[in-house]
Design a protein around this ligand. Structure first.
Ligand code: HGY
Ligand code: MN
Ligand code: MN
Length: 413
């Protein structure tokens, strides 16, 4: 069922119908979603969500960088804020659920409480966070990082996307970054995020709810290898400075070291650019991404040490090998009391649940360093995510909304 944007009555009752509607903003030919920070799809989605919030009786505002807040003001402790939500941006040709589900579930949960009990005692802020993925700019968690003070506006000056547009320009074009509106006047009492698991554990263990105890640390690099372009036919193998060959050696090195170091350590080279990228020319230059993750900083440091050894080796072969790290976010343990509260709620609702470590990065790990934070999961079918095949059954989505509703009731009513 697809709801055309004009007909949508915005009075969504369930997460699956809201996500079908939200997926229209950036829908791709493959049936996925591409909604990059400050793109026109992103702008339309944020303003359409603002409309939904207004219809559901929220006070609405954007902050400096385009985080969208819907507020039910607390009657007894208005300055005590329970913040709940997730990110509106996606990877390229991603799924309908990553990020968007957390926003839909938070909106629906808060609105169900508001309809049943009226305004909360503590303020509930539902937030559609501007950006988490790092899909357009070499920077992640721009939305939650802004709220928690991890970033300032001057970071936006020199960070550029692949077309050379700076984060600042893109932000200004989208109508933000004028230097006025703050996000929150003080730290929230708690940040609560619900998200699709993006892994297969819950499905395998036939559990409905994941209760996250830790989120892995994540480091991302841009790797540049410079050799020498030359003729594919007339250049003897021993005289080549072939950037593509060194990349191949690097890929094998990274995966073998990662497997040898620790079974929970993961390393991904997901993006490669080659110059001049011609079949009959030896690659003179290669640029690739590298993403490494583990729940222990010490293990990440060990792999980083191995990478540095490879770099020294490479330079002896007469090729330039540079690694520029642009993300380093520490592993985080989430709030033990909130984890306990979530376990109690799951038991009360008779939902089968599983405590787990998140291998995916989330805004909750930025908030986890800033205020008491909780992260819940619902199952991902076949564990697939960051793909048009990302899917979660409506009944699983609904269980997550019910869990979130109860938790917001405990925290804010
Ligand atoms: O990359 C991640 O783990 C998240 O989906 N941004
Ligand atoms: Mn996500
Ligand atoms: Mn993601």
């Amino acid at each position: 069922m697809t709801i055309s944007l004009q007909e949508a009555d915005y009075e969504f009752k369930t997460a699956d119908e809201m996500l079908e509607w939200l997926a229209e903003f950036g829908k791709t030919a493959e049936g996925g979603v591409t909604r990059l920070l400050y793109s026109k799809e992103w702008i339309k989605a944020q303003h359409a969500l603002k409309k939904v919030m207004l219809l559901k009786g929220f006070d609405v505002r954007f902050d400096e960088v385009g985080n969208l807040f819907g507020r039910y003001k607390g009657t007894e402790k208005p300055d005590s804020v329970i913040l709940t939500g997730s990110h509106i941006d996606t990877v390229k040709d991603g799924g309908k659920f990553d990020g968007a589900y957390g926003i839909a579930a938070s909106l629906l949960a808060a609105h169900r409480l508001f309809k049943k009990y009226g305004p909360p005692k503590r303020t509930i802020d539902v937030v559609s966070l501007a950006e988490e993925e790092g899909s357009r700019f070499p920077l992640t968690f721009w939305g939650s990082g802004w709220i928690t003070g991890r970033y300032s506006l001057d970071e936006a000056e020199h960070i550029k996307d692949e077309t050379g547009i700076s984060l600042k320009e893109a932000m200004n074009v989208a109508g933000f970054g004028a230097g006025t509106n703050k996000s929150l006047s003080k730290k929230p009492e708690a940040f609560v995020e619900i998200h699709v698991e993006q892994g297969i554990l819950l499905e395998k263990k036939k559990k409905s709810i994941g209760i996250v105890s830790h989120i892995v640390g994540q480091r991302r690099y841009m790797v540049q290898i410079k050799g020498e372009s030359n003729h594919a036919g007339t250049t003897p193998m021993l005289m080549r400075k072939d950037a593509m060959r060194l990349l191949a050696e690097f890929i094998v090195f990274v995966s073998s070291k990662t497997e040898a170091l620790d079974q929970s350590l993961v390393a991904t080279i997901g993006k490669v650019a080659v110059k001049p990228n011609m079949p009959n020319v030896i690659a003179g230059e290669v640029e690739c991404s590298l993403d490494i993750r583990h729940h222990k900083t010490s293990v990440l440091n060990k792999l980083e040490k191995e990478l540095k050894k490879f770099q020294q080796q490479a330079q002896k072969q007469g090729l330039a090998f540079q690694m520029h790290q642009w993300l380093n976010i520490e592993p985080v343990g989430l709030d033990k009391q909130l984890v306990q509260l979530a376990c109690e709620q799951a038991e009360k609702q008779k939902f089968l649940y599983e405590p787990l470590v998140s291998g995916a990065g989330h805004d909750a790990q930025v908030f986890g360093e800033y205020c008491p934070t909780m992260l819940l999961f619902v199952p991902s079918q076949n564990g697939i995510s960051h793909s048009p095949d990302e899917w979660t059954k409506p009944e699983d989505l609904e269980k997550g909304v019910k869990m979130l509703t109860e938790l917001l009731y405990q925290l804010a009513y």
